[in-house]
Ligand binder design. Structure first.
Ligand code: EPU
Length: 443
């Protein structure tokens, strides 16, 4: 197993190009099940989740031709065998986003069997809203041996009003599932309380280019007029706003000037506004005619100021940046309050940051972060993707060496993290855990 070895205290300078978004790419890939024609996706990040989705699509009869480019991968998907509609537990358990194949399979093939994803490190993560939404479109759903079995009576879903509001707001992948399924339903579907995340807009744009009739994506009400069939298309995946936000935190905590290229600033206002309140400047260099692919420079001259953060559905502050901002606030000059309203248990990084000298007091879904003068390097454990990114941020500013164990969590969502950071001056390298067996055992 790999570890990251990070020597803190280096200033960063230079520029980092943001890759295509993992969370946009996964439902886009699943949507290739909706057509018999080739689908070409470019700017797809080369990550383990993407490889798992490619493997799953392979089992579902999709041939994927992968070409490496300067900007991630271009993947051409084509359905060659539509007889196999079972997403098995062996793959689903490695990647919850496998659930996004359910809507497309059901809509196109009339039936689907998708293993029910279990809980994960960040909480329970039920899929009841996905299932209720598909039932509203006429699907018959049962649970067999841990699998969701869904069928569309007479082979086709029927458009209907669907309400996707749950106890924590809407659902992103649930919206992607219902949106994709409704494109081929008979009649009109209205999704009320739809997720407004930019990844949903990216999906709707691609589906419309395939011939779907979707209006209102990016707002809480999406209207979909079903069509009889969809064609193929080429689509460039939107840049990753969470990767961009993570590098913004890296620049801010090290007091560096760092430029980000291909940065989806238009989808990041809550994060950049929060950075502004913390005394961190995000200067736009060039919008490149597309504010979703801007160039900007992050810099900080004074101390990091404390703030209050509450995670919320888009356009509120994203839960996927909570751990990274918490790491940054560990070095602020006061008390910050962070409340997690999407995944109330998503605080596994608190104990690890405390090992590095952070002062964090958690009570339920709220953490109070009292800024300290310095963090110190320590052996720590990556527990989930974004928690691990928070540890990297802290390690970049800590005195001494931090060894982050289980970096396979980071590899799920950050392409070439160590190359990108060392390219701008950070001291970070990947090593075999064996080399640090003693430190690992002391955890
Ligand atoms: N929820 C329900 N019922 C459902 C679905 C969700 O109660 O049927 C609850 C969840 O338990 C949670 C809230 O609703 O409390 C929001 O969950 P959502 O369904 O929106 O999450 P998701 O679609 O499964 C995506 C991202 C996550 C990101 C969340 C929230 C992908 C592949 N995953 O998950 O990303 O945290 O939206 O923005 O797009 C990550 O990248 O590290 C990650 C976890």
């Amino acid at each position: 197993m790999d570890v990251f070895v990070i020597e803190g205290g280096r200033r960063l300078s230079g520029s980092i190009r943001i890759h295509g978004s993992k969370n946009a790419a996964l439902p886009l890939m699943a949507a290739c099940l909706l057509t018999d024609e080739p689908m070409i996706l470019s700017d797809v990040p080369n990550l383990s989740d993407i490889r798992n989705m490619t493997r799953l699509l392979g089992e579902l009869g999709v041939h994927s031709g992968i070409e490496d480019t300067d900007h991630g991968q271009t993947i051409t998907h084509r359905v060659t065998d539509a007889t196999q509609s079972h997403a098995r537990y062996e793959i689903v358990r490695t990647m919850r986003a496998s659930i996004s194949t359910l809507g497309p399979l059901l809509a196109k093939r009339g039936s689907a069997r998708v293993s029910l994803p279990g809980g994960c490190a960040i909480g329970q993560r039920p899929v009841d809203l996905h299932l209720r939404g598909l039932e509203a479109l006429g699907a018959k759903i049962t649970l067999e041996g841990g699998d969701i079995e869904a069928t569309a009576p007479n082979g086709r879903l029927i458009g209907a009003p669907v309400f996707l509001g749950g106890p924590f707001g809407s659902t992103v992948l649930g919206t992607a599932n219902i949106l994709s399924a409704a494109t081929l339903a008979r009649g009109t579907t209205i999704i009320e309380s739809a997720a407004c995340e930019p990844e949903i807009v990216d999906l709707a744009n691609m589906l419309n280019a395939m011939g779907a009739k979707i209006r209102g994506a990016g707002s809480p009400r999406i209207t979909i007029e079903g069509v009889d069939e969809l064609g193929g298309t080429s689509h460039r995946v939107m840049p990753d706003r969470i990767e961009a936000g993570t590098y913004m935190c890296a620049a801010a905590i090290t007091g560096s000037d760092l430029t980000l290229e291909n940065c989806p600033l238009d989808a990041m206002m809550s994060a950049t506004d929060t950075l502004g309140h913390m005394g961190i400047d995000v200067e736009v260099n060039d919008r490149n005619g597309d504010p979703m692919r801007s160039s900007c420079t992050i810099s900080r001259s004074g101390e990091i100021k404390p703030v209050q953060i509450t995670t919320q559905p888009h356009p509120g502050f994203p839960t996927d940046l909570q751990a990274q901002f918490m790491a940054l606030l560990c070095l602020s000059n006061g008390n910050s309050v962070i409340t997690e309203k999407i995944f109330p248990e998503r605080f596994l990084h608190v104990a690890e940051l405390s090992r590095m000298g952070a002062q964090i007091h958690r009570q339920g879904a709220t953490a109070v972060v009292t800024g300290v003068k310095e963090l110190t390097g320590a052996p720590v454990m990556a527990s989930d993707l974004r928690a691990s990114a928070g540890l990297v941020i802290a390690a970049l500013a800590a005195r001494g060496t931090t060894i982050i164990n289980r970096v396979y969590h980071i590899d799920r969502g950050y392409e070439q993290l160590e190359e990108k950071l060392s390219g701008v001056g950070a001291s970070i390298r990947r090593a075999d855990a064996e080399e640090f067996a003693d430190s690992a055992m002391s955890i």
